[in-house]
Design a protein. Structure first.
Length: 333
């Protein structure tokens, strides 16, 4: 059984923690977070030890795998430190804030011969997987146009409000719609040209972006992301794939049958509960796949190279949104 350390006990740390309850081949033995209360709470669920110092954790615990759920600007530091100690690393997306850091992380993983993967979880959502099965079966012909959206309120729950500082988070183009970039690249091919519009953080706690991409094969995708919805708004994602013989559509807010309304002090909070079984739960599925890759001594499904492709598109979109000009991946053509 693999011994796992979770680093970061915030929103994603809690989600990852719940996944390990249903992963028989891995056991959480240590949790690290600066905040004692949240760190000890997650550690208590697994009967694990709590640490507020990562170096101390690495020196005292014999772990096989480190699960990094820290803010993006900390990914490289902690991933590299863990991999240099011979630990396999699963890291939340995006891989890093820039290509140089991402490439260094990948290089260290290869040099140390450890498995390294990034949490591009959309690949594991049943609806997204089913759509690709339909495409591969040729039922809609050749895909020519894709549209995706990923929208909700500003993530004000972040530790020290780090999402609001785009030098730390990259904003919604890097943090939010990178999910869609990874899914699109993985299933429809490499992207060569990007054109984007965004508020770029000019409005406090409100941002919206719209990115048009052209693939090497000539197909086009419109990718929209928003942190501009009202507080309490239900988060949702959609996709549409148009082919030469038909199309596929999906809207997470329409397809989920369980909508929960809770009266709180400041009004009503509406959330959508997933009807998926624990086996199909995508966050569990992505971690299970990574655990399997370690046990089976093979490359993980989502590689560091995949993650680098995705951030190159995100960074090109950020550049385009700031200059008002299209950007070609790999340079002007």
């Amino acid at each position: 059984m693999l011994k796992v350390a979770i680093v970061g006990a915030g929103t994603m740390g809690r989600i990852h923690s719940s996944c390990y309850v249903n992963i028989a081949e891995a056991n959480v033995v240590a949790v690290c977070d600066l905040r004692v209360a949240v760190g000890e709470k997650i550690a208590g669920i697994h009967g694990a030890k709590y640490y507020d110092d990562f170096d101390e954790l690495l020196s005292k615990e014999e772990v096989d795998m480190v699960d990094i759920c820290l803010p993006t600007y900390l990914h490289k530091e902690y991933a590299v430190k863990a991999m240099k100690q011979g630990k396999h690393v699963f890291c939340e997306k995006p891989i890093a804030l820039n290509v140089e850091d991402a490439e260094e992380m990948l290089a260290v993983s290869e040099r140390e011969s450890v498995n390294f993967s990034i949490g591009h979880v959309v690949r594991f959502f049943p609806s997204y997987k089913k759509a690709i099965d339909i495409v591969k079966d040729g039922k809609i012909g050749t895909p020519k146009l894709m549209r995706t959206t990923r929208t909700g309120e500003f993530p004000s729950w972040s530790w020290n409000n780090w999402y609001a500082d785009y030098s730390l988070s990259g904003g919604p183009i890097l943090d939010l719609i990178i999910h869609d970039f990874d899914w699109l690249i993985n299933n429809f091919g490499d992207i060569k040209r990007v054109y984007a519009k965004s508020f770029n953080g000019k409005i406090e706690k409100k941002d919206h972006c719209l990115v048009t991409v052209r693939f090497e094969n000539g197909a086009i995708a419109h990718v929209e992301g928003s942190w501009a919805y009202p507080d309490g708004a239900v988060f949702g994602s959609t996709f549409e794939v148009v082919g030469t013989k038909g199309q596929i559509e999906f809207d997470s807010r329409e397809k989920s049958p369980i909508k929960k309304h809770i009266h709180e002090e400041n009004g009503v909070k509406v959330t959508i509960e997933s009807p998926l079984s624990w086996w199909d739960e995508p966050y569990r599925a992505e971690i299970q796949e990574f655990v399997n890759s370690i046990i089976e001594k093979r490359k993980p499904l989502v590689t560091g190279k995949d993650a680098i492709k995705a951030i190159k598109v995100s960074l090109a979109a950020i550049e385009s949104s700031r200059t008002g000009k299209p950007v070609y991946i790999g340079g002007e053509r």
